[in-house]
Design a protein around this ligand. Sequence first.
Ligand code: NAD
Length: 343
Amino acid sequence: MEQVVINGLSGNSTIYIGESIDNLSKYIPSENVFIITDKNVEAHYGSRFPAFPVYTIEPGEGSKSFISATNVFRWLLDKGADRSSFIVGIGGGVVSDLAGFVASTYMRGISFGFVATTLLSQVDASVGGKNGVNLDGFKNIVGTFNQPQFVICDISTLGTLHRDEYCNGLAEVVKHALIYDADKFSFLEKNKSGIMAFNQTIMTFLVNRSVNIKADIVTADERETGIRRKLNLGHTWGHAVEKVTGMPHGQAVSIGMAFSAGFSLKKGYLSKVEHDRIIALLTDLGLPITTTANPMVIFETLLRDKKKEQDGIHFVLMEGIGSVKVELLKIDEIKAFANEFAQ
Ligand code: NAD
């Protein structure tokens, strides 16, 4: 088992990679614990939860809402949860975002931890202390920065994930390699068949590397005022693709990374060979690199959603594999490339 510690403003968070859900009791108090999960996770792993009250949400993004949060608050009140209670979120990013938000606001904040059961939540959502809910179509618009006491990444739970969900998480794994770690990128290229066959040793290594990268960035810039923006690689274009097409987040981020790679090639920051390696890896990992959606509709969506600064938008571009920079790009330049990218 590997351990990674994030020194956050609200306290330290320890991520245990390779720990088992069966050992959850070691990390939580012996009483006054409340579990939040979703129906799918409960069906697979509910029999292995410690014997505490469980609140089960419907799976999916629709549950990341004020209505769900309010229902959980009422349930906690009804069960007599108080300031000394402890919340455990067991599930993917929807559960951790909701459980983290509820724990951070119930009675002005109580302690919490996660068992992350999707690849996306192990390498991204549960790590870093961001939580929140959606409102009126705006994603994560209400939430807090607050670190969980612990995150358990039980790699074996990834074995029951739907293949699309697994591939969604791989997009974030590739993203971390592109931002920080050329060696990890080569490792991904060499081990793609093991990854697609869900080899647990390979996946433990990859989750560990991703968590280390995210932890380093979050520790340096927890509130996302500088370096943490690098984690938005693929997300500026990707979020707009996700909104327009309704495709899963990881797939949209993959298209966003392909967009960024193409842009970086055009600007001379990335060689053709590096660009082609990125496109090949994403494709080999079952991820899309293009969409048939109208690029101008995506572009307009991006303009509506992103904060403009000095007539430009901050974009994460690649400087070779394993290094990125945040650049303020002119709106017209993005529009022109959006048209080219679609060709
Ligand atoms: P998810 O939580 O919806 O899980 C995906 C699906 O997999 C669900 O149907 C779930 O029931 C099922 N599932 C979960 N674990 C399973 C398992 N082990 N076996 C079988 N099925 C399982 O989605 P996600 O991709 O984990 O998370 C997406 C959410 O994370 C989004 O809301 C996104 O905004 C959020 N997110 C948050 C952060 C952050 O920093 N807070 C970062 C990235 C993403």
